[in-house]
Design a protein around this ligand. Structure first.
Ligand code: AMP
Length: 398
């Protein structure tokens, strides 16, 4: 059922606790990628324009319930303030009487950011007392942190028992629209491209998407387990022999449902790969079997052609997972070719989070895709059809 968003409720004059995802990368106190801060701005600006009293919260890193100075959100308050061109008060704790006193001072249209909620163990354990203490800070609640919506933590789930209304921000609304509605009732043909390391990580996504897609394309190391299932040899490639039967079932299901299931026609194989140095001693392209001693690291030119043609005729494309070890320059051609094909197609293009977002940004085509998910694990769980606790806890539209 559809959930309420900040557009469905009147938050004027209310103290609103907003769960953001400010889990930004930091190097010596400097934010090295501020895209998560940028992504949070529309919701914050909307709340300010509605004269809400805005109290932002987030986690940063994995402080494991301890106060860790390096994981303070203070640099985020500064960055927000300069982007929003208005002061953002940083409050040096996230619960307790001193914080409650501070949030009372926030006026309409003003903003404060409280300290990292994971500085308390009660955040991740969803401790009811910690959730109640967070609830003391505000009247209403907005969740806009899709990346943690698959976790029932105090600031994503527990706190909703103490605040009302509880609605989503624009980011979560968009995630649900693209990863949910646009893939549930897609414009057809609907082509799904899945890659990455392990079949075991993505088999539930494959299963769920076999119900919706017209074509499923498999690349990355995942393809080698499927190759084993088809009786081919994969040399030293990363594969999961324990999941050969699972891969076989997926192939059979695709056949039974009339879903086109495309595996790579050829692969780039290398010998003695040194991941850190990005080097190898020998390389070759293999059609069919990969020779012993070689490890598959990317899809080859024939696969690129096949996959590009398939993407070109799609009306909806969903992509999750790289086609090879894209972190290494000489193994990234397949991934970047897919990125280009997805970006250049006229289809609704949805990038399903994690490494594919990184890859499409590296390829320089990120401006041309329709939607890039901000979640990694959350995107996958949502695509699997799982209920996300941080979304489930929000008010439903009647
Ligand atoms: P995932 O998180 O499952 O999307 O996997 C992403 C990771 O899969 C990246 O770090 C890639 O380097 C890795 N990967 C993709 N293709 C291969 C391959 N052929 N061999 C080893 N690792 C791969």
């Amino acid at each position: 059922m559809a959930i309420k968003t900040i557009k469905d409720v009147d938050l004027a004059g209310k103290r609103v606790l907003v769960r953001c995802d400010f889990n930004v990368p930091l190097k010596e106190g400097e934010i090295t990628d501020d895209s998560r801060i940028e992504a949070a701005l529309p919701t914050i600006q909307h709340l300010v324009s509605q004269s809400a009293k805005v109290i932002l919260c987030s986690h940063l890193g994995r402080p494991k319930g301890q106060q860790v100075a390096d994981m303070s959100l203070a640099p985020v308050a500064e960055a927000l303030s300069s982007k929003l061109k208005q002061p953002v008060t940083f409050i040096e704790d996230c619960i307790g009487p001193a914080v409650e006193e501070e949030v009372q001072k926030i006026g309409e249209g003003e903003i404060a950011l409280i300290e990292n909620v994971r500085f308390y163990p009660g955040e991740e354990s969803n401790d009811p007392d910690f959730a109640a203490s967070l609830g003391e800070l505000a009247d209403a609640y907005v969740n806009d942190a899709f990346g943690t919506a698959h976790r029932a933590h105090a600031s994503t789930e527990g706190v909703t028992n103490h605040l009302s209304p509880c609605v989503s921000g624009f980011l979560i609304e968009k995630e649900l629209a693209y990863l949910g509605e646009k893939t549930a009732n897609p414009e057809r043909p609907f082509t799904v491209i899945l890659g990455g390391a392990k079949v075991s990580d993505k088999i539930k996504v494959i299963d769920a998407l076999l119900e919706k897609a017209d074509t499923i394309i498999i690349g990355g190391a995942m393809a080698y387990t499927f190759a084993l299932a088809e009786g081919r040899r994969v040399g030293e490639s990363l594969s999961e022999p324990d999941f050969i039967e699972t891969a076989k079932s997926a192939l059979e299901k695709a056949k039974a449902k009339g879903v086109k299931f495309l595996l790579p026609l050829d692969n780039l194989g290398v010998k003695e790969l040194d991941f850190k140095a990005g080097t190898f001693s020998d390389s070759d392209f293999f059609e069919g079997n990969i020779e012993d001693g070689f490890e598959g690291v990317d899809i080859g030119p024939k696969s690129i052609e096949l996959f590009k043609n398939e993407v070109a005729s799609a009306k909806t494309v969903l992509w999750n997972g790289p086609m090879g070890i894209f972190e290494i320059d000489s193994c990234n051609k397949g991934t970047f070719a897919v990125a280009e094909a997805v970006a250049q197609s006229d289809a609704i293009s949805i990038i399903g989070g994690g490494d594919s977002v990184k890859a499409i940004k590296m390829s320089g085509f990120s401006d041309s895709v329709t939607f890039m998910s901000t979640g990694g694990g959350a995107s996958l769980e949502f695509l699997e059809g799982k209920v996300l606790p941080g979304v489930e806890a929000l008010d439903k539209k009647s």
